[in-house]
Design a binder for this molecule. Sequence first.
Ligand code: ADP
Ligand code: MG
Length: 351
Amino acid sequence: MLFDSLMGMFSVDMGIDLGTCNTLVCVRGEGIVLNEPSVVAVRKGTNQVLQNGNAVGLVAKEMLGKTPGSIAAVRPLKDGVIADFDITEAMLGYFIRKVHGGRGRLVRPRVVIAVPSGITAVEKRAVFGSAERAGARRVYLIEEPMAAGIGSNLPIAEARASMIVDIGGGTTEVAVMSLADVSVAESIRVAGDDMDEAIIAHMKRTYNLQIGPQTAEWLKIEIGSAAPLDQEVSVDVRGRDMISGLPRKTVVTSQEIRDALREPISHILDAVTHTLESCEPELAADLVDNGIHLCGGGALLRGLDEVISDGTGLTVKVVDDPLSCVARGTSVYLENLSEWKDTLDSDHHNL
Ligand code: ADP
Ligand code: MG
């Protein structure tokens, strides 16, 4: 361990939030140094990564606009499961090399990676192996809700319960933690992407208007909500008429978008109540005072805290900077590796 700590002084140790939408990398002493979409550009119809694996993240997104014909965007973790191991490896390797290579250090890095609590042992091993092949000296995996709890300064190491609801792009992770361990957790494949899809379906059904996923996400962020707004608004939406096939625009209101979002939101609320029901009574009792903490990009949906609070009777708070708390958590974890060593080693054995 001492040797490892010494080596740590010369290497760029990093914490990675490997999200279904966005990957963030933190470096000890520097904070968040990389924040890019979890996207890889591949040759259309194949799983061949472009340009020796360099068409990843922002680069992949940029390329897409310019050569739409032959290139496709792949989100290898879209549903919180690794759809393609090779593409995931190319992506993780690219991010690790980008952060490490740019800093000119000789010693290989130690890497802490936050993974969704729902992923299988096989997938864990794949992430682990990918990071090793990308040049990591040691790899530690941490469950995403734990990292979120640490990153949001929740007292997760204490003998009282904290609850995290992390609403990402592909998955929502709900977990109750105490004594630095996850006590009950549920991971569902309903999150931000499903809200976008619900908006697309609504536009089709109501207006015969086809809109793309980016427009749907924009609508969600601009006027989307889970609870009534003080001032309801409306915006112009452009898309393609499904009957004539021609471009056209229409007006949609925030009430309509809220109605469209009702279904994915009810699934998220169900996961929260279900987790509360399977919680030990003593831990449940703690939550009466400690409440629920929301994080992930989906936590930014207006009024979601209110709806979850109404549905559970508990206080609900959105953590500070909900998009980066998992990454910040991995970095705190990294700084305290020696303290967490026991949990880490047992993590290793679980692989
Ligand atoms: P992941 O951890 O799965 O990569 P993130 O935590 O980065 O996901 O969150 C991405 C999701 O958050 C996307 O579905 C995005 O549309 C959504 N999102 C981001 N900002 C907002 C916002 N202001 N309101 C609602 N949803 C948002
Ligand atoms: Mg996440």
